[in-house]
Design a protein around this ligand. Sequence first.
Ligand SMILES: Cc1cc2nc3c(=O)[nH]c(=O)nc-3n(C[C@H](O)[C@H](O)[C@H](O)COP(=O)(O)OP(=O)(O)OC[C@H]3O[C@@H](n4cnc5c(N)ncnc54)[C@H](O)[C@@H]3O)c2cc1C
Length: 393
Amino acid sequence: MTVTDLPRTAWRPADLERAVSEVEAEAARYAEVCDREARFPAEALEAMRRTGLLGLLVPAEDGGPGGGTADLLAVSSRLSRTCMSVGMIFTMHCQQVAAVVRDGGPLRERLLPRIVRGELYLASVTTEAAGGGHLLSSGSQLTAGDDSTVRVDRFAPVVTGGSHADGFLITALAPDATSPSRLSLVYADRDQLTVTVRGGWNPMGMRATHSAPLHLAGEIPRDQVVGEHGAFRDIAVRTFAPLAHLGWAACWQGAADGALQRVVTLLRAERRRHDLDSPLLLARLSRVRQRLDTVHALITHTASVLASAEDTTSPPVQLLVNAVKLTASELCPAAADELTDLMGMRHGYLKDSPTGLERTLRDLRSAPLNYSNDRLHAADGVLALMDREVRHV
Ligand SMILES: Cc1cc2nc3c(=O)[nH]c(=O)nc-3n(C[C@H](O)[C@H](O)[C@H](O)COP(=O)(O)OP(=O)(O)OC[C@H]3O[C@@H](n4cnc5c(N)ncnc54)[C@H](O)[C@@H]3O)c2cc1C
């Protein structure tokens, strides 16, 4: 069957539920071993390919399931309850898909059918060795090949799922760039590149993302660009930052929700061992829940503002989008930390507890680093100065 034969209707809730359950089951089966061995959850990715979940954001008119932001956030959060690495792998791939859908131009018809068929898992290459996480500058440049091609020669220090990706969206200075901020976002197929693994991946948490360093080199057609050459800033502000901040926050909230769910289940199952009337225990549970409800409300509100705002690049909207990332990356680890105090040594700290708190805490510790909160606060300070009237949206 070709993509033109596919039914051009959006998935029904039952289709989505079936696909997510299948991926979730694979994530659960391999979460512990992937964390222990810091290996990529290939089985969960295979299930995303098989079920069509990889194509969630491809519109129905392009043969995809026609999922929207709310679906993306719900799925990212749900998968993260079991394995936050799987949730992140999914949400980061979907950010790349959204960029292709919105600004892919001729790339759309080349890439979207492959994504729908589960043949194209996309990795993200934005971080640089020198500039760290600074999204809007780069030290590597695309150079002119022949008339119709450009050369990529890029070291990428952190690439989630890089060894399993079928294609990459890569930021680099535009071929004609005269300033360090004139970035392009280009697409490169794995087959078009020489991909060399340049190191290992042995982090504290998020171990199953297998975000090892890569060197990417090759020549690609000049028109494999998302948007215009030199216009990455626009894609970053309109697509990457909003979907990254919302998607990551959904994963962090999902991971903390999963921990709370397992703690409450255990407390209720072992009623005799825990004093469920203890004011300290109840206050701690309340604070955890309060934090997670706050994050959930902020995610939901921001998603609805983005869906209806006339100008998503205005300072108040950008501040709100950044507030999602900053707030979720503080409150979700704090919630997991509080659960550790609540449960104590046996079920808060030991690796083999059914609460899984130890892994959740290690995973969530990455949240403030995954695009540095310090950098984001510096950007927000500038935006706050621009919004003289202090307009909340
Ligand atoms: C699990 C995980 C998966 C990831 N996957 C990917 C991926 O697939 N692709 C990808 O491209 N990247 C990925 N990243 C990278 C991520 O997006 C960030 O860019 C990266 O974590 C930042 O690294 P850094 O802390 O070394 O860099 P920096 O952002 O440079 O920060 C280092 C420190 O410098 C300080 N600092 C530096 N400059 C400033 C400034 N101007 N203002 C304030 N403080 C400053 C900050 O305090 C910060 O603590 C991933 C990260 C994680 C944790």
